[in-house]
Design a protein around this ligand. Structure first.
Ligand SMILES: Nc1ncnc2c1ncn2[C@@H]1O[C@H](COP(=O)(O)OP(=O)(O)OP(=O)(O)O)[C@@H](O)[C@H]1O
Ligand SMILES: [Mg+2]
Length: 361
């Protein structure tokens, strides 16, 4: 297996019209993917995920910076020695070949056709799908989901150094997608390979990846395990991007050495922060509890949305200019329009500098 290192990688696109500014799709990006790691890349549309993947694949050379496989510059490695498997959203199959030829393509290139049937049998067995039935068909005779499976099987039928997947299941419906995810997980267990997986779906990222990289505007914001990103976000972008429902945010500032906000004031903050510094307090929905008696803050119930399989309801409260959500067990009767008291532990609160977004507590 191979480690992948990106050093100061930048990619700009020059627009067709001279009066438009160039787009910097990836900006001075540094990253190391250790050998055997499965890394998911999460980020909003247009942040540069596919461009990054293409540079890792070597199909799009960076304008500046280097991509290394182990300690060798990718640009210096001959094409057929790179050992890259790539699966795109639409499955990059060669349209007029039968699926089996597609899968065996790279083996044939290396004169190792004899190994293909055995590998395919193994892949079929692991995924529990009848690849046999699919193998004699051409890509246009396959459904979107089948095409993706053939694409992944094709990638894994070779001895890979690096597997790159760009939203391979994005076009599948939820049920099929969940199945495909489990299959891929099994395959990656059976054929471990350094992998980079681009997705919009946090559930998918958590299910498949060892680590998650959050990307924004051509740069890496933070890389870590999901728990790490969720509990210790480095900035407001990561805090709001990771986690559903979105973290609750409250405006406030440092007064007399403590954080003061509209509804949840007077919380301890880091002592070195200057007076009047505007700070945003972030509190996850599950860290807010309903309270009885006279405790906590009273607010109006705005909406109640039940999540039956999670056995909880998402409750939105309003008070003054602020609104926030909390998670309440399904068996607690709560109705829109009623009053509810709630509170949280000060140690569960994350603080962010309102100007820079950097976490300061
Ligand atoms: N060939 C190209 N020519 C010009 N601009 C491009 C080209 N490819 C990508 N871009 C621009 O570069 C930026 C990054 O694009 P990229 O496809 O890498 O984003 P992405 O994160 O994969 O988005 P999505 O989640 O929508 O797939 C975008 O602003 C995009 O418009
Ligand atoms: Mg993309």
């Amino acid at each position: 297996m191979t480690s992948v290192t990106l050093e100061h990688v930048t990619k700009k696109f020059v627009p067709a019209h001279a009066n438009e500014a160039p787009v910097t799709a990836v900006r001075d990006l540094n990253m190391k993917i250790t050998s055997g790691d499965v890394l998911a890349i999460l980020g909003p549309s247009g942040c540069g995920k596919s461009t990054l993947l293409r540079m890792i694949a070597g199909t799009m050379p960076p304008d500046s910076g280097r991509v290394l496989y182990d300690d060798q510059n990718l640009a210096d490695i001959p094409l057929r020695e790179r050992g890259i498997g790539m699966v795109f959203q639409e499955g990059a199959l060669i349209p007029h070949w039968e699926a089996e030829t597609n899968i065996g393509f790279f083996f044939s290139l290396r004169k190792r056709e004899a190994e293909v049937p055995q590998r395919l049998k193994q892949i079929s067995k692991i995924t529990g799908i009848g690849l046999d039935e699919l193998l004699n068909r051409r890509p246009r005779q396959l459904s979107g989901g089948e095409r993706q499976r053939v694409g992944i099987a094709r990638a894994l039928a070779r001895d890979l150094n690096v597997l790159l997947l760009d939203e391979p299941f994005a076009s599948l419906d939820a049920k099929y997608r969940a199945e495909a995810r489990v299959e891929l997980k099994r395959l990656l267990n059976a054929f471990p390979v350094t992998s980079v997986y681009v997705t919009h779906d946090q559930v998918e990222a958590i299910a498949l990846a060892h680590r998650i990289a959050v990307m924004r505007d051509g740069q890496m914001e933070q890389i870590g395990t999901y728990t790490n990103l969720y509990n210790q976000p480095q900035n407001l972008f990561v805090a709001t991007f990771i986690g559903t429902p979105m973290i609750n945010l409250f405006k406030g500032r440092v007064e007399n050495g403590r954080w003061q906000g509209e509804n949840f004031g007077d919380l301890p903050v880091r002592r070195d922060l200057a007076e009047h510094t505007p700070l945003i307090a972030g509190i996850r929905a599950e860290h807010i509890q309903t309270l009885g008696g006279e405790e906590g803050t009273e607010a109006v119930v705005d909406t109640v949305v039940p999540y039956l399989s999670e056995r909880h309801q998402l409750v939105t409260l309003t008070r003054g200019r602020e609104q926030w959500t909390l998670i309440v067990p399904l068996n607690e009767p709560i109705h829109a329009g009623s009053m509810l008291r709630c509170g949280f532990k000060p140690e569960e609160v994350l603080f962010f500098d309102a100007k820079t977004g950097v976490r300061v507590g």
